[in-house]
Design a protein around this ligand. Sequence first.
Ligand SMILES: *Cc1c(COP(=O)(O)O)cnc(C)c1O
Length: 411
Amino acid sequence: MIKYYNNHLTVEDITIAEIAKDRPTPFYLYSWQQIVKNIERIKRTFEGLDYHISFAAKANNNLYLLEELKNIGIGIDIVSEGEFESAKRVGYDPANVIVNGNGKTKSFLMDMLYYQPRALNIDSKEELERLEELAIKENKSIVIALRVNPDVDPITHPYISTGLKKNKFGMDLDTASSLINKYYQHPLVQIQGLHIHIGSQILNITPYEDAYGKIYEFIKSLNNHQLTFINIGGGWGIDYLKSGKEFPLEDYRLRVIPIIKQMNLPVILELGRFIIGNAGVLVGRVEYVKKTPYKTFVVTDASMADLIRPSLYDSYHHIYPQHDTGDEGKIDIVGPLCETGDRFAEERVIPLPKNDEYIVIGDTGAYGRVMSSNYNFSLRPAEYLIKDGEIEEVRPREDFKDVTSYYIKSR
Ligand SMILES: *Cc1c(COP(=O)(O)O)cnc(C)c1O
């Protein structure tokens, strides 16, 4: 998606100068073609299985993108009431909606009883009891899956590991087993699935082998069950470092797919980052280059309010200057906010950008715009989608009026 032609940075073969000409920076830019490519790769990996792909809306909640995904048959995985509203707004069929989250409110569970999603993933015994009470009161039946925590180390950043027994998500296998027994043939609450999501940005196959292996053994150990599907979660990593270490799909096909096949159940996948992470970039502009006796700072108009991952997780994002030749420098790329943590890279060696040139932060399609904030009263950036060579604004930049509309001066 990103290439240099004759020393000019391009996205989907359009120069960044052309793209940004009439579009105030910073903004997010997505490539539909890249999203489709990523989905094709998932489909090839699962060829021959009965599977359903859902997109984890928490990775990117742009309604136009969600609608485009819906139109090509991708389901949606929601984790909150807001994402539920988005799914309805875009017109998802409840049969393509998967519901997650570890703190579901009574009113949300009540909504689910009437909405009838494809699967409601229940995080704990306590949540199940809460649901049962409501189901009885309303006399409504519902299909659910139990989120199990297989206690495997996903070998990723601790903030995005979810399948260790010390993490807040899911229930241990013993609890799941006793619930499956207890609710066997329950008239209203039907435990029909198991759900496992062990973490995010995973580049290693072993945690999946371990987790799904445990789940397979678990299913075999059940005396009576009415399981009709298995939700294997998401978490596939992407090559942020541009080191060529991608999610090893071929190994996955050889080592993980056979374990899933043995379960002999239809499969649901929930992928966010893998579908959209490398299909988005954040475009900013260099305000100026500041030199001190110790450092060179490239100060951009993009900030941690637009993209918090480097500040929050210390995550690496590849940074592309507008021109790929020129004097290389060891530079810090920073935003303008009043926070030392407002930096995208430290001592990065890239050709030194000049004032007013554009700069592109790669692999920001997932967990980018969704995590943006109004810190320092920044206005959340616009989003554009490149599709069939056309660039479309799919969300405008916030304006000051929107953000202050709650305030009535004469009060
Ligand atoms: C976040 C999340 C996903 C998607 O994770 P990715 O790493 O973006 O693929 C899938 N399932 C659940 C339950 C999640 O919380």
